[in-house]
Design a protein around this ligand. Structure first.
Ligand code: APR
Ligand code: ZN
Ligand code: ZN
Length: 362
């Protein structure tokens, strides 16, 4: 039987979000209904609400979630009712060229649930943000979007892996390949950059240089494993990184801002054989001009990282286990827990820069 639950929708471009009654259908073949326990508020939710991602309003927001599988449709073998799962926004197909070449993180045929959740009052179809829509008591997803993890972790912490924190940790360990003894510079220490710092620490980096324009961010970065900090309002970060790495530049530089000047800094702050990992998302009109001789004259690699090049079934359970062993302090990313009707306030707090993650508890 389809059921009615409370969920948060973005009704139209730049309109405030609101709690509505939504209808969640029974899971069809390959689908699952998940009772959501926690869901983090991400910048991408704000971008959806602002109309920056698509015009397909109304959206059902929320995509950094963990919860319990309530029911599954025909043919579902990945998960069963009662499983504690973290949701992901990239259930790979296993059949496309990228999947077959062993690089499923570039899969171009990811799938979401085929059925739609609807607004109870009008019957209007809702577009779940990133194919999840988890600012709701229950949500319908493709079974491949559910990854079973150790249920003894707190749901607020587990949900973080669904997006921003996984993007940062994965940028370091998956895309950047940070290893024991490496020097790493992270430019931009918000939630994503701090997760890259925690990932680098976990991977055994010897030097972790945090760069930001805000001293408060730099002190949190230290708590997560940064060994050095640079306020790039006060000193040139490229010079500072070189000085701290014996004149060479860092083995891995992770850009987690998404602006031309920080892309440029990342390009020049790396060792000649180093890797630049781009995680910060630029806007369509941004451009970067570089002397070709500098591009030619530097070896190493320039890589972008999308969702931390993660494989949910490989990475989510591993990172939760490391957290439960006390080796990955994911709880530091949960700045506050809030109720479903406080999301608009959480968006406002994002602008002030004093929150890593507000997490909605259901
Ligand atoms: N130099 C260094 N740091 C900067 C600069 C700059 N010029 N401008 C901003 N910052 C810092 C901010 O002070 C903040 O600490 O970058 C950080 C950005 O953090 P958040 O706004 O919290 O963003 P976050 O969620 O971490 O995402 C960062 O990664 O996945 C992408 O879309 C995401 O582009 C975004 C980026
Ligand atoms: Zn694929
Ligand atoms: Zn997100």
């Amino acid at each position: 039987m389809a059921q009615e639950v409370r969920g948060v929708i973005a009704p139209g471009k730049d309109e405030p979000v609101r709690v509505e009654t939504i209808v969640v259908p029974d899971p069809g073949p390959g689908e699952a209904v998940v009772k959501v326990q926690a869901c983090g508020v991400c910048h991408t939710d704000l971008h959806y609400k602002q109309g920056g991602i698509s015009d397909d309003f109304p959206f059902l927001l929320g995509h950094e979630a963990a919860g319990i599988v309530e029911s599954v449709g025909d043919g579902v073998t990945e998960v069963a009712p009662g499983d504690f799962v973290v949701l992901n926004w990239r259930a790979v197909c296993g059949k496309c060229r990228a999947c077959l070449r062993g690089r499923p993180w570039y899969c171009f045929d990811t799938h979401n649930a085929e059925q739609k959740m609807t607004l109870a009052s009008t019957g209007q179809e809702l577009s779940p943000a990133l194919g999840i829509g988890a600012f709701a008591e229950k949500t319908l997803v493709a079974a491949g979007q559910c990854t079973k993890v150790d249920p003894s972790v707190s749901p607020a912490v587990a949900g973080l892996l669904g997006c921003g924190v996984m993007a940062g940790i994965g940028a370091a360990i998956n895309t950047g390949g940070v290893g024991r003894g490496d020097s790493v510079a992270v430019i931009g220490c918000g939630g994503v950059g701090d997760a890259a710092i925690a990932g680098s620490y976990l991977a055994g980096a010897a030097k972790i240089i945090a760069v930001d324009i805000d001293d408060r961010k730099l002190s949190t970065a230290r708590e997560l494993g940064a060994t050095h900090t640079v306020n790039s309002r006060e000193s040139d970060p490229v010079e500072a990184v070189r000085e701290l790495t014996g004149g060479f530049g860092a083995d891995v530089v992770i850009e987690a801002v998404g602006r031309p000047e920080t892309y440029r800094q990342a390009f020049y702050a790396r060792d000649l054989a180093g890797t630049v990992v781009l995680v910060g998302v630029p806007t369509p009109e941004m451009k970067l001009e570089l002397p070709l001789l500098d591009v030619f004259g530097r070896g190493g690699a320039l890589k972008s990282s999308w969702y931390g090049d993660c494989l949910p079934t490989r990475d989510f359970p591993m990172l939760i286990d490391l957290h439960l062993q006390g080796r990955l302090p994911l709880e530091k990313f949960v700045t506050e827990t809030i109720a479903l009707d406080e999301i608009e306030k959480a968006f406002e707090r994002m602008h002030h820069g004093d929150v890593l993650r507000s997490v909605v508890m259901l």
